[in-house]
Write a protein of this length. Sequence first.
Length: 96
Amino acid sequence: MLNDHDQDVLPRCPRLGHELTFGYCRQEAGRKPCRLILNCWWERFDVRSFLQANLPEEVMAGVESAGAAPPPPKVQSLVDLIQQAKERIAVVKPEP
Ligand code: SF4
């Protein structure tokens, strides 16, 4: 199942600098996996095969191409993280 590894823990995220679960990494980019998920998790388990077995083909293609692309500029990355945090807050806390 897609959430089989969600409780697995990585001691230090290279982007955020602290411990994270696979569940976070799997949905980091607005319900899509973080672009670095293959690089960060390959030593823990066969993350590529796991995602290939559990993600739609087009999402998996995005993971593969994002991992091969150069990283976005730092400012763009920060803007994306802020936008994703806003979206998560909006989902958790509906407006009155
Ligand atoms: S996959 Fe992304 S969010 Fe997860 S540890 Fe790696 S860089 Fe951090």
